[in-house]
Ligand binder design. Structure first.
Ligand code: CO
Length: 218
């Protein structure tokens, strides 16, 4: 069978987990109570659980190309609503990554097909910050800065959803964070944009925009 090796991997992995903790799967099957919602890029090199070294059950995950949070995206909004209202996660982490292919395509206006419509949202971010991005010299610097700016803008989008606004209004403790991940060294960095109430959003947004940026290999 074509995918036999994957199923073999799976049995080996499950056996290893049971060896360390015989009741692990049984316990998890009864309930999940993750503290974190991860919103990240679909890129195969940015696997949510591995990056923060958390086992199954600890991270609720939504991924799409270029980690975009769109107010009309029923998929992403449903994940957020379930995570916040039902699971009561305490943190939402929007994680972008340097060298993102989706961000690069948006920046360069590449034509890739249907996905161009999705990446239009990243182009909006680019247009908003065009002067700053274009002031950078190399293409990789521009891509990487737009990757950071995209995370910052998506954090704002998360904060503006009815899900978060209502959670904050009823006094539920949930904070929204922006991170960026480096493919070259496997390090995730905070963009210093932890927002735990609507009154914090505006000042933290401007702080994050002015913040020192980490640009690997550029
Ligand atoms: Co990406």
């Amino acid at each position: 069978m074509e995918l036999e090796h994957l199923l073999q991997n799976n049995r080996r992995w499950a056996a290893g987990m049971r060896e360390r903790d015989p009741d692990f799967f049984l316990r998890l099957s009864q309930q999940q109570s993750p503290e974190y919602l991860w919103i990240g890029c679909s890129d195969s090199r940015v696997p949510a659980n591995e990056i923060v070294d958390l086992p199954p059950g600890e991270l609720f995950v939504h991924r799409n190309v270029a980690n975009v949070v769109v107010h009309s995206d029923l998929n992403c909004l449903s994940v957020m609503q379930y995570a916040v209202d039902v699971l009561k996660v305490k943190h939402i982490i929007v994680t972008g990554h340097y060298g993102c292919g989706g961000v690069r395509a948006a920046l360069l206006g590449m034509r890739l097909g249907l996905i161009d419509n999705w990446l239009r949202h990243v182009q909006d971010v680019f247009q908003k910050h065009q002067a700053e991005v274009m002031a950078l010299e190399s293409e990789s610097e521009r891509v990487n800065r737009l990757c950071e700016l995209n995370v910052i803008e998506q954090v704002v989008n998360v904060c503006h959803t009815t899900v978060i606004q209502e959670a904050w209004a009823r006094g539920q403790g949930v904070a929204v964070h922006g991170w960026i991940y480096g493919l070259e060294d496997g390090h995730a960095h905070s963009l210093h944009l932890g927002v735990s109430g609507i009154e914090e959003l505006e000042p933290k947004y401007h702080e994050a925009l002015a913040g020192l940026i980490t640009l690997p290999n550029s």
